[in-house]
Ligand binder design. Structure first.
Ligand code: IMP
Length: 175
């Protein structure tokens, strides 16, 4: 049986998401945005975040990326599911669950940049900067966390535990 230790409670998450949403609303004052949620992990954070925004949201779209490691550890990426929104000239806010190595978001941002949006920013629920392999820095981040594998609030271990309301450190059977 996997075991769990509480890292961040539901109440703390709720308060911080509101705080970050308020900052986003202030930063984009007078503008509208297109939200792109990175599936599957960001679905819960996206749902909470967009409901706290006070700026117009033109579209909410989703993207799913499949990464596979090549012979070197650089990784390659394909869209498992692309967005259907035309983002040219739009303010794009990418919403992600967690930034770890930073590879996914760096590549996704590059791929979306080619479609000539007015701006692109990244908002993540959790950030593990100690794991970064590139210079990616999210524009908005709710919680900086240590190098632990966490589940809940959309984050999974082998597909499980996404529905947990709190963020928990998982101690797997393999440990
Ligand atoms: P990156 O490209 O290494 O930044 O990968 C980020 C992705 O790795 C996230 O979207 C998650 O799907 C997954 N990931 C990284 N750390 C964790 C974790 O602690 N728990 C669950 N998933 C994680």
């Amino acid at each position: 049986m996997d075991k769990f230790d509480l890292m961040i409670s539901e109440e703390e998450i709720k308060a911080k998401v509101k705080e970050v949403a308020d900052k986003i609303s202030r930063d984009y004052d007078g503008e509208s945005i297109v939200v792109i949620s990175v599936l599957t992990g960001a679905f819960i954070f996206t749902a909470d975040l967009v409901r706290e925004l006070t700026i117009p949201v033109d579209k909410i779209d989703t993207v799913q990326i499949s990464s596979y490691e090549g012979t070197k550890s650089t990784g390659n990426f394909i869209f498992k599911k692309d967005i259907t929104t035309d983002i040219s000239g739009k303010n794009v806010l990418i919403v992600e669950d967690i930034v770890d190595t930073g590879r996914t978001l760096k590549k996704l941002r590059e791929m979306l940049q080619m479609r000539e949006p007015k701006s692109i920013k990244i908002c993540t629920a959790f950030d593990k900067p100690s794991r970064r392999v590139n210079d990616l820095v999210p524009d908005y981040n709710c919680f900086t966390i240590p190098d632990e594998f966490v589940v809940g609030y959309g984050l999974d271990y082998d597909g499980k535990y996404r529905q947990f309301k709190d963020i928990m450190i998982v101690r797997t059977d393999n440990e």
